[in-house]
Structures are given as C-alpha cells and as structure tokens.
Design a protein. Structure first.
Length: 726
C-alpha cells in the first residue's frame, strides 16, 4: 500500500504538469535551481501510484549517488520500502544486461570489468608489445592514449577524426595509435574483460545485433526517465532511443543552457534535436517531432537580481530552447563587476570582501570562488594563504602542488643549490633513457665533481651564498666542466636523456648571460619552450593548461631576481597545509572557502560567488572556442552565475595574465587585457559596475598610463574511475 500523495500541494504548477502529463516522448527543460530532482522523483511516485510495476520503470542517472538519492526520495514520498530494480547509471544498466547476454558478442557471461587503472595497465602492455619504450623516445603516455580511445568510442568517431579535432600534434603517428587501439580491443576480448566504455558500446551493439533481446527490454520498460540528458553522448542517446521503441514513454530531463561537457564527448544535439516543437528547430527534424516540451523556470535558489543577469547572458546563444528563470526569493543587491590593475589587486579585493561577508554572517563554506581554468587561481591562493584563510580546492590540485609546477621549481632549485639531490632525482627521472639506477649514478658523479671543483677553486663563502643569477651560474660552472665526463659514463640510451637535460641547461644559461636584467620568470619561460614542453605534450592531454600554469608562475616570478627568495615563497605555499591540525578546531577545518573550476561547480550552490579572470582570451577561452564553440563557453558562464544564491561578484585584472600584446608604436608598451565579451553582453541596468568606464589602458615600464581613444571604449571521457562507480 502506498501513502496517498497530494501532488497539487507538493509541486508547483510547472512540476505538476510534468508529473501528471508525462506520457509519450517528453522533454523537460529544467532550469538551474528549478527542482529537477523533485520533479523526477514525484513522477516515479505518480507512476507507482497509478499501478505501474517497479520493474517496468527504467530510471537512468549519471552517478550512483544521484540514483540512490532519487530512490530514497521516492521511498519517503510513497511511504513504502519498495525497490526500483532498474535504476542507476548507464554503465550499471549496461553491466546488468551484458552479464546475461555477453556470449552473443563473443564474451563469456562471467566477464570482468576493468577499472580505469586496470585499463591503463593493459594499454601499457600494448605499448610494450608495439616495441615502444617511452624511456627511449617521446611518445604519448598510456593515460593520453586511454583518453583518446575513450573519447572516440563515446563520440562515435574514428581515432583519426578525434586527432584532427583535438590532438593535431599526434596526427603524424596516427597509424601507430590506431594499431595500438586495435590491439587493446583484441586483448580485452581475449582476456574476457570489458572497460567502462565497452559497457556502453557493447550494449548498443548487442541491441543492434540481436533485435529479440532489444525488443525484450523495450517491452519491459514501459516508462523510461533519463536525468541530466544534456550530458549524454551519442552512444547513450542511441541506447535510450532503442529501448523506447515499443512504448515511447520517454521522459528526458535536462537543461541545454547547462551543457558544458563536450570535452568528455557529451553532445548537446541530443537535447537540442529531441523535438522540433516550440521555438527552436535549427531546421532539422527532431528524433521525436511531436514530443511534449515542459519548462521548469521557477528558481528556488537565487535572487531575481542574479537571475536577471543569467537570463541576459544566455539570451545571446542562438542554439537553445528559450527559457526565462524567475525567482521566488526576495530582491537583493545587484551583482557587482570590478576591474583591477593586476591579479594581486584582484586577490586583495576578494579577500577583503570575504571578511566583509563574514561580518555580515556568511560562513566561509558558503562562499565560492570560481574560475574558467586552474591557472587563474594562483594569485588568489597566495593571498588567501597570507591572510590565513583556509580553502578547499575543487577540480584539481592546489597550484604549487601540481606536478609540472614542482618539475619547474626543481630545475630552479638545482641552480640555487647544486647539492639538492631530491630536485636532481625529479629532473633526471623526466628524461628519456634514464632509469632509477642511472639517476643515482649521475647524482653520485655530480656530487663528486662539484665537490672536487669547489675545493680546487676555494670559492669564497659569500659567493656561494650569493643569490644573483650570474653568481649561481658561476657556481654551476663547476659541474659544467664535467658534463662530458658524466656523459661518457652513461649508456647510449641514457646519453639521449642527459643531452636533453643539457639542452635545457644551456638555454637557461644563454638567457642569463644575454639578458642585461633577467628575472626568474624569464627562466621559467625558457622551460616552457624547451624539451620540457615536449615532455608535457606527450605525458598530458591537458598540456596546454599546464603550460598556462607555468606562464602564471612566470608572472609571479617576474617580481624578483632573487632566486632563493622566490623558491622560499613557493615552498611556503606548497607546504601551507602541512600544519598541526591538533591546534585547529574541527569547526575551523570544515569552515573553508571553496575554490573551484566552473566545471566542477555544476550542480552546487553557495550564498556568495566570485567569478574571476573575466578577460578576453581567458573567458571565453580561445582554444575552447575553436574546439567546442563560443556558445558552450557562454553556457559555462551561465552555470557560474547561477551557482550564486545572494551575492555575485564578477572580476577581472587589466594586467597579470599572459594574453598581453606588444605594441612597437608605443616604445615597447603593450595593450592591457580587455574585459570578457560576456561582461559587455550584460545589460548595465542589471549590475553595479565598478570597472573602468572609458578608454583603452596601456602600460609603459613600471607605470600605468590611461590613453583616451574616442573611437574605442569599453564597458565592462567517462565519469567513472572505479568498479564501485557502477
């Protein structure tokens, strides 16, 4: 027996229509904060109350957490411990069906599922079988290859198409990569294992190959509900389409305005082309031309002031279903825009504003600082650390703890301290042809040669302790005299890696000797153009973002010529979290500011939100525009705005990024960064504008100069990692 539910009392009119009229193909456009989960769970409860059996309902979510939450809500609504046997992620559903019918595809029914780490190890075996030794020559890492293969399968693209779209630097070796992908697939089948992508691809192939099996489940699932439909890829949408062929009671819920995961092969066209009813058609025939369209536009999260800005921004997208969020919350202050001379000033403002928000009663854990890319957080992390404000970093690793930052700091540390064998180990392990045994051999030789040379020269203590770059270079010259001696004692393979290191060293030496005034930042920029860049390109798919991190580090390092001081500050940042937690209360440990990429912030909300780094080239991001398009970047900005409940601050720095253009006509001065085009799209009546109002801004030497110009003015892959995720 179920508890009788008063749906009219529990739901608003928009939600009630979905619950009571959700027969046939239905597209539910659920705006941010509109009660999407509530609507889905009440629809399930309604179906159960109408006598639909639990086993005839298929509820598909993107995470197990979401599925469990919905099931618990349904239980609470109906007052019954009834189970929904067919609820869970796409991968979970695929696994259950394939366990029964794997033999149709040439597998045994007791197949195993590879988690992400197991998959990686198998790809490494394929690399080895191909005769590729990444210690002998640069080649894409197993992780990079894994991601490329996964994207191709989920996007229903060939490997060559993926390389042309996203990884042009690997096109020259496309034939080898295709061969490796084929070997990987063959090895999985021989071992009777599937990876996460196979659970989707093989389920789709099963239905195509055996219509009887497909029809069995299409008959069973009288009602299909899919959450976060805007995040589905082509394979997932195709599976759902096949399962809905019999009853056609397919209700998909999502928000095209929040489709931001195309880099994971999510396809916004799945939701845009679901129906041709309404104002959006793109002159294409929808999969379900007569599908009903419901809109959930009542927002329970944000003030009208914030939603007005969000509506204004997203209205500029052409490919969308038009929606207009409306708030049930009282009006509050307008969102605010601020511009600053540099990122340090931007960070200082944010910290001061955080203190003001605290004074108004806002807890630290209810404040978030969001950014387009991880490198944009560096200056802010520095300031938060200085002010003793704890923060929790989402969507990545703290700036000074990132591997590539540590790599570059290690290069600088050996210039500062030739005996730093920890940094030597890190650097040497990056080189091709050099393994752990050879690393220790080289370090022993370095210590021997440097010790002997320094004794011969009887270097004065004050010179050794000097921190000027030229003196450090002179100190390093004791080792330089024995570079060839070290090389002759290495194997042919190790000599390749040693030569790569020497190439980096001599490039650094050249810039120190040639520049009249060389900053630490100049040395870092040398590294971003050296053999180390080649290492990043082959090791990481996001190598461009990592290079941007290093550019940001270089800007920070430009402030000093004292290498020891710079390294000390960086080390203090890196070890900030190594504090005695016994001296801090549990409440303080929980009460942290949230720093997050916008992608990681989707689905979350905070009372106060800062969106930083809103400059042209950074947000919208130039490369993302080329790969995903401007409209996805705008959707990302929309997601950032709609995370805020009460306070919203949009900020940008006029200098401090690395999209500064040079201008010979200004005697070496350069144009400052321009504000993001998204800021210009906001109706100025909707915001409190504290940015620079008129004129272009230039800098010359160390001073900022404002020059008026009447002609131009401005107003501001798979989600799964572990088997348990199934």
């Amino acid at each position: 027996m179920f508890t009788m539910i008063n749906f009219q009392k529990e739901l608003n009119s928009e939600q009630l229509k979905v619950v009571e009229q959700g027969e046939g193909p239905c597209l539910v456009l659920a705006g941010a904060g509109s009660g999407k989960t509530r609507t889905i769970t009440y629809r399930v409860a309604y179906l159960l109350e109408q006598g639909v059996k639990p086993e005839n309902i298929l509820l598909v979510t993107f995470t197990n957490k979401a599925a469990k939450e919905m099931i618990e809500r349904v239980k609470k609504i109906i007052g019954n411990d009834l189970k929904l046997p067919w609820s869970g992620t796409f991968h979970h559903i695929g696994y259950r069906i394939l366990k029964k019918y794997a033999e149709v595809l040439g597998y045994k029914n007791n197949f195993s599922v590879l988690d992400a780490d197991d998959s990686l190890e198998l790809i490494k075996l394929c690399l080895k079988a191909e005769g590729i030794d990444r210690k002998e020559k640069r080649f894409p890492s197993a992780k990079v290859l894994q991601t490329i293969i996964s994207f191709a399968r989920n996007a229903e693209m060939s490997l060559e198409e993926v390389l042309e779209l996203k990884y042009e630097n690997f096109l020259a070796i496309s034939d080898i990569l295709v061969r490796l992908a084929e070997d990987y697939h063959k090895r999985k089948q021989e071992a009777n294992v599937m990876d996460f992508d196979d659970l989707l691809v093989n389920l789709y192939l099963l239905f195509l190959k055996n219509p009887v099996i497909k029809n069995k489940y299409a008959e069973q699932f009288q009602y299909i509900l899919v959450d976060e439909y805007q995040d589905t890829n082509k394979i997932q949408a195709s599976i759902i389409e096949l399962l809905a062929t019999k009853h056609k009671n397919l209700l998909v819920v999502g928000d095209d305005a929040q489709s931001i995961y195309s880099f994971r092969a999510a396809d916004i066209n799945n939701i845009l082309e679901f129906s041709t009813l309404g104002e959006f058609t793109l002159n294409r025939k929808g999969k379900y031309p007569n599908a009903k369209i419901f809109k959930l536009e009542t927002n329970y999260r944000s003030t009208p002031n914030i939603l007005n800005v969000a509506n204004c921004v997203i209205a500029n997208n052409r490919k969308q279903y038009e929606k207009k969020l409306k708030s049930i919350v009282k009006e509050f202050a307008k969102p605010e825009i601020y511009s600053f001379a540099d990122q340090a000033e931007e960070a200082d403002f944010i910290v001061n504003q955080i203190f003001e928000l605290q004074a108004e009663g806002v807890n630290l854990n209810n404040i978030a600082i969001l950014f387009r890319a991880a490198y944009q957080s560096q200056a802010l992390e520095m300031e938060l650390t200085k002010q003793g404000i704890n923060y929790d970093y989402r969507g990545g690793i703290r700036f000074f703890e990132r591997a590539h930052i540590k790599d570059v700091l290690s290069y600088l540390r050996i210039f500062n301290n030739l005996e730093d064998d920890i940094s030597w180990r890190r650097i040497l392990n990056l080189q091709i042809g050099i393994g752990p045994v050879t690393v220790e051999k080289i370090i022993r030789m370095i210590k021997t040669f440097s010790g002997e040379e320094k004794n011969k020269e009887k270097v004065r203590e004050e010179k050794i302790n000097s921190t000027s770059l030229m003196t450090m270079l002179k100190n390093f010259s004791y080792l330089e005299r024995n570079f060839e001696n070290i090389k002759t004692q290495l194997s042919a393979k190790a000599q390749i890696g040693w030569n790569d290191f020497l190439q980096v060293y001599f490039e650094i030496k050249e810039i120190i000797e040639s520049e009249e005034k060389c900053s630490i930042g100049d040395l870092i920029r040398v590294l971003t153009k050296s053999k180390y860049k080649e290492y990043l390109e082959n090791e990481y798919l996001d190598y461009r973002e990592r290079i941007q991190d290093l550019e940001q580090l270089a800007l920070f390092a430009d402030q000093t010529e004292d290498l020891s001081q710079f390294l000390a500050e960086a080390t203090l940042q890196e070890n900030f979290q190594q504090i005695d937690k016994e001296e801090i209360s549990a409440e303080d440990l929980e009460n942290k500011i949230i720093l997050s990429t916008i992608h990681q912030a989707k689905g979350l909300e905070w009372e106060a939100v800062f969106v930083i780094g809103l400059t042209s080239g950074q947000f919208p991001n130039d490369r993302a525009i080329r790969e995903q398009g401007l409209e996805e970047e705008r959707r990302l900005f929309y997601v950032a705005i709609t995370r805020a409940k009460k306070y919203l601050y949009l900020t940008y720095a006029l200098t401090g990024g690395f999209f500064v253009q040079s201008s010979a006509t200004l005697g070496g001065a350069g144009f400052l960064q321009e504000p993001s085009m998204f800021i210009d799209e906001i109706d100025k009546d909707l915001i409190f504008d504290n940015s620079f109002k008129e004129g272009n801004v230039f800098f010359d030497d160390e001073e900022i100069e404002y020059i008026t110009d009447d002609n131009s003015s401005f107003d501001p892959g798979s989600f799964l990692k572990r088997i348990s995720d199934l």
